[in-house]
Design a protein around this ligand. Structure first.
Ligand code: ANZ
Length: 804
């Protein structure tokens, strides 16, 4: 048994003093390998972090051995709500405990032997860092992409703050905050808004360039929600006003039986006739209390009122009544629709309730509403056509009348960027007494205050700070913004910050020539590993900021992250997601102590495919630790001179090691780390069949590959072999010529259980395979006295016998 405590400590301090993992800049190929940086919570690192971090560490080490310059950094996403809530609960200052938490995280990462360049370490709460977060914000402002708007925001009374749509979830049909599940209501407020919708198309297009899991691409596509349709302009009867509706089903225009506006539509007051005014006003005030979710919930009955006005159908010239209804959202499309009850679920229900006409214009035997495609009927110029052709034909006719235009809409909303909180980046702006905005050139530092309770008028804690809300420059009074930026601000550009970080702790100016050169060298990120929970929020925001910086000519690529992998969840021993309340959380410190970092790393990679969910199992961890001991013992044995014989023929060992190199490379390219460990186990098993070997060279190659998983033990073995340390080693070359082609050996099953194996000779036919298989002792005893009712031979895979 090797002494993991001694060995791991020894090599960790060796790496630290030698700056083994310092980012190099000497080769002509680079690899930027990125982890989703952690939020440094008080609980410390959990085994889920460790899974992704081990995977990127493996690839980083592999690339270094292959002669790449590797950038593999880590940092801290340290602003955010949990720290603020903890501070409120305990009265501790987030400035202080954040530093403590970070120290603890760093200690843990180092105890696991991850090959980070700690000179590149960043912290989003460091004023030197967030000066640049503020700088990017100012650039957005200058470009007209950041502005203050009075908008309906998601107001969360429980958290005392506004939330982004992305931070609101639905539980039992009620909108609640993602954190804490407090109710969320709509409320108009002055807020900073970043105009991500201006980038909707670019963000959609960019998805074609990246090599991401399909599920994430799909989630982002749906979030952006591109819809290509038509605006139709309807002339109001006895008026010069027109109403614009948005539709994706222009083909159904002959089936229209009402125009419906959202209750908030600006034309409502203008078109409502005196007879209907009081009903309409009453309806509008009722709707103010409802959320969008309630209003669009398909299981709830839809209400509405008639306005008293009509439009003229542009093709049939018939009168069409104008209604208002809750299910039309003001913020989508044009805030008004043409209702086609026969072919739309919601319109159908609405028409039934209010006795509107239901005119089918598609030939079908199915019950209405029929939403599928089909031959058009009762549609004059579009009769007999299918949907697309009908739409085109109708569009042509309406274009001539100047009553239709093609239009693209997105579900994506602009990003509400203000938070009524303390623990975030302050806005780099000040206001004069007339509320004029001035950008602040210098850093606007977050004041270190003790009372971080929100002020009770819906403003953030900074509203309680006198010097913050009123100060003098010259003769004029000014105030700061009492909001701070959201959690996601600092993480929207952190992968650029690593590149800009200098050894002395400063950052290269993001807009400098020098920065440009460094970006040219390192971007894009070649591999990014992290949890699936960031599929939309972080990954969409970072892409938005990056694309903006690209448009400004500051970064050389359109997309920041080329290859993305979502690691699977590591579940507790009970198969449940780890949580404090279930008491099934695994603390890595404990296992580093008992089994060693190498065992923990290797175990996590052996648990199963990287992207799958896997349950923790201490027995398998024990097994991996025993395997590492075997590796150590077996190689130590051959290191002893009496177990080496230079005259010995080594064809088989050469074959095995070269085969292993090929297998390892192939599986590395597919991130199949668990398969690699199995192959290494087979190799070690093979070694145990040898008494002596001729040289250590094959074993050295093994140890270099093994170092990806168990770097400490690998360094120690190289040292015992009198070899140079890992940073002076290179990735072994696979000499395929030396691989001896072998006959395949496959398993034999009887009634579903494996009872033996057999080597398949090249000249055998299927009948020979089966007969020889039956004759094998371990198999024949299960067939004795039984009748074989089925025999199966799957070439290269398995032989199977079923008996009665
Ligand atoms: C007529 C029609 C006929 C429609 C039919 C559908 C089926 P996507 O694909 O999601 O973009 N719509 C337009 N604006 C709306 C708003 N502000 N609030 C609620 N609904 C709105 O959906 C586009 C369809 O959603 C549009 O096409 C419109 O209804 C509705 F057989 O117009 B359709």
């Amino acid at each position: 048994m090797y002494n993991h405590k001694e060995i791991e400590k020894k090599w960790q301090s060796f790496w630290e003093t030698n700056k083994t993992f310092k980012t190099t800049n000497i080769h002509n190929k680079k690899a930027y390998i990125l982890d989703m940086f952690p939020y440094p919570s008080g609980a410390g690192l959990h085994v889920g972090h460790l899974e992704g971090y081990t995977a990127t560490d493996i690839i980083s080490r592999y690339k270094r051995l292959q002669g790449y310059d590797v950038l593999h950094p880590i940092g801290w996403d340290a602003f955010g709500l949990p720290a603020e809530q903890y501070a409120l609960k305990t009265g501790n200052n987030p400035n202080e405990f954040t530093i403590k938490n970070i120290d603890n995280f760093r200690r843990q990462l180092k105890s696991l032997g991850f090959s980070y360049d700690y000179d590149k370490e960043i912290n989003t709460t460091d004023p030197k860092y967030y000066y640049w977060t503020q700088w990017i914000f100012k650039e957005f402002y200058k470009a007209g992409l950041a502005s203050i708007e009075s908008i309906d925001v998601n107001w969360c009374e429980g958290l005392g703050t506004v939330l982004a749509n992305e931070e609101v979830v639905e539980v039992d049909g009620i909108r609640v905050s993602e954190r804490g599940h407090f109710p969320v209501v709509k409320k108009p407020m002055d807020q900073w808004v970043l105009k991500i919708t201006k980038y909707a198309n670019e963000l959609l297009d960019g998805l074609k360039e990246v090599n991401w899991p399909n599920s994430v691409v799909q989630l982002q596509k749906n979030w952006i929600g591109k819809s290509a349709g038509y605006n139709v302009f309807w002339k109001i009867k006895n008026s010069t006003t027109t109403i614009t509706t948005y539709t994706t089903r222009l083909d159904t225009i002959y089936g229209v039986s009402a125009i419906i506006l959202s209750p908030e539509h600006p034309l409502v007051s203008k078109i409502t006739t005196s007879t209907f005014r009081s009903l309409v006003n009453k309806y509008i005030s009722q709707m103010k209390l409802k959320t969008d979710l309630e209003r669009t919930n398909p299981s709830k009955e839809k209400t509405g009122v008639f306005t008293g006005s009509y439009v003229t159908h542009p093709l049939t010239k018939k009168d069409i009544p104008i209604w208002i209804s809750e299910y039309i959202l003001k913020s989508y499309g044009s805030g008004a629709i043409m209702a086609v009850p026969a072919h739309d679920e919601r319109d159908y229900k609405f028409a039934r309730k209010y006795n509107l006409e239901i005119n089918s214009i598609i030939e079908t035997n199915e019950p209405l509403p029929y939403v599928g495609d089909g031959k058009h009927i009762n549609s004059d110029i579009a009769n007999k056509l299918l949907n697309n052709d009908a739409s085109e034909k109708i569009f042509e006719a309406l274009s001539k009348l100047r009553q239709a235009r093609k239009s693209v809409n997105y579900k994506l909303h602009d990003w509400v960027f203000s938070r009524q909180r303390y623990w975030g980046e302050p806005f780099p702006v000040i206001y004069d007494e007339n509320n004029n905005i001035y950008l602040v050139k210098e850093l606007v530092e977050l004041p270190k205050i003790n009372n971080i309770k929100p002020s009770n008028d819906g403003k953030g804690p900074l509203a309680n700070v006198k010097e913050w809300t009123r100060f003098k420059i010259g003769k004029q009074y000014f105030s700061h913004d009492t909001n701070v930026m959201p959690q996601w601000a600092g993480s929207s550009w952190y992968y650029l910050a690593y590149i800009l970080k200098n050894d002395d702790g400063t950052y290269l100016p993001l807009d400098s020539e020098e920065a440009k050169k460094r970006f040219e060298q390192w971007l894009p990120v070649d591999l990014y590993i992290g949890g699936q929970e960031h599929a939309v929020l972080h990954l969409l925001y970072a892409r938005f900021w990056h694309r903006f910086l690209f448009d400004k000519g500051l970064v050389p690529t359109k997309e920041p992250f080329m290859k993305l992998i979502n690691q699977g969840l590591i579940l507790g021993t009970d198969g449940q997601k780890m949580s404090k309340s279930l008491g099934n959380v695994i603390n890595p410190d404990e296992y580093v102590e008992s089994h060693g970092a190498d065992a923990l790393r290797t175990y996590e990679m052996f648990m199963g495919p990287l992207v799958d969910s896997k349950s923790w199992n201490v027995d398998s961890l024990d097994g991996i630790r025993r395997w590492l001991d075997r590796v150590y013992n077996q190689i130590s044995y051959f290191i002893q001179p009496q177990n080496q014989d230079p005259l010995l023929e080594s064809n088989e060992l050469e074959s095995e090691i070269n085969k292993l190199i090929v297998d390892v490379e192939e599986n590395l390219s597919q991130y199949k780390f668990n398969v690699i460990i199995s192959k290494m186990m087979v190799f070690i098993n093979f070694l145990t069949t040898l008494e002596k070997i001729n040289t250590l060279s094959a074993l050295k190659k093994f140890v270099v590959m093994f170092s990806l998983f168990a770097p400490h033990l690998a360094e120690e073995l190289l040292f015992l072999m009198h070899e140079k340390p890992l940073d002076q080693q290179i990735w072994p070359y696979a000499d395929k010529q030396k691989i001896i082609a072998k006959n395949p050996v496959i398993g034999i099953q009887v009634n579903g259980k494996v009872r033996g194996e057999i080597e398949i000779l090249p000249n055998w036919k299927e009948i020979d395979v089966l007969n020889n298989a039956k004759a094998i002792n371990s198999v024949s005893k299960w067939l004795e006295g039984k009748k074989i009712i089925k025999e199966i031979y799957k070439e290269g895979k398995i032989i199977s016998f079923i008996t009665n």
